[in-house]
Design a binder for this molecule. Sequence first.
Ligand code: ADP
Length: 411
Amino acid sequence: MRMASRFRRGWPIFVVATLLAIIAWFSQADGLMVAAGWALIVLSIFAIRFGSSAVANAPAKEEVAEETDAQPLAEIVTAYNALDIPILILSSDATVLFHNPAAEKALGEFEVGSHLSARLRSPGILDMVRETVATGEPNQMEHSERLPSERVYILRIAPVMEEGAPVGAARLYVLSFRDISELRRLDRMRSDFVANASHELRTPLASLRGFIETIQGPAKGDAKAQEKFLGIMLDQATRMSRLVDDLLSLSRLELKSHIAPDQRVDLLPLVCHVRDALQPLATDLGVDIRMHMPEGKVEVTGDRDELVQVVENLIENACKYGQEGEIVDVYLTKQEGQPVEFSVVDRGPGIPAEHVPRLTERFYRVSVADSRSKKGTGLGLAIVKHILTRHRARLIVKSEIGKGTTFTVRF
Ligand code: ADP
């Protein structure tokens, strides 16, 4: 191969030497001398042009080839160690020749030199590896791991070989793990959300239809029943529009969640204004809202309308769910070197500890019936959390059964 290519590259020299020989022949030079001269020129130029480079390069190239043949793993290993994607390198009999630190983190400790089945027992994975070894074609499949933590992966196996190499030429196989757990979680959240929203809307819709049918049918001429049903229908329609408003609020908040607010807002008049707006509700519920406000301005960086929503949701919840405590204390605190805090303390029944971490999930309610009877949508605290995330503020919930609940916003 090497000689043939050298000869191909040397053909211009061959042509030049032949031309010189023909010119010499026609200028009546001695035939034998011309042939000898021609041969000498061709050979010497070949020797100078390729001999030296062949001597200098050939061993070097062979050395490099030998080196890369001898240590293919070493090169790959260094790169794969830096990757945060779990990677195993397997031999054709599925022996693990290497695993990177990410693989050890994802799958737990396991030995190099052991068979793949010692760590991944799923027969599907072993079949996939066998198929790739037999066909030389990459393959992939989904696989869940329970330990060290619950994860879902797309496992992909591919042979390490040059393009166009024959089937069976590969000696190494790369098994990679793409973690899709987060994607799955988001998918589930999205479908749960759609299911919950549809369910929440379907209930009042079904009740509206039922009453319309009753008014059209059995209660057609009954003015008293009609008036009663129309009242219920108005309630249901109002509930649906509250729900749609909350859903729109959430989606608007999601759209701008990455844009931090930039207004300076004085919380003192804002909190007092919300308290005044909620006073009729508190009076209806028999709750006394007590204000504990500091002197002067309490400024934070934020969006006024969104902060009104936060304060309103928290005070309203305290009045509704802490109604039996009859007193709701509202605190605004500002101390040198300390973050501004806004707290709402009720003396209601409290929230069982297992519910507290989930309160800000959409549609999460400690008691669905209780929330519905209090005109809740289950979205109030989800909206509060979204707003506070955008404001880089925290919501802290402390609750004691039988004593009450404190919701604190720390800016
Ligand atoms: P809702 O529209 O149902 O009020 P929220 O998201 O505002 O929805 O609140 C979620 C749930 O948290 C409520 O259904 C209620 O069970 C519980 N909750 C909220 N605030 C309080 C509180 N101050 N005391 C007791 N439970 C509360």
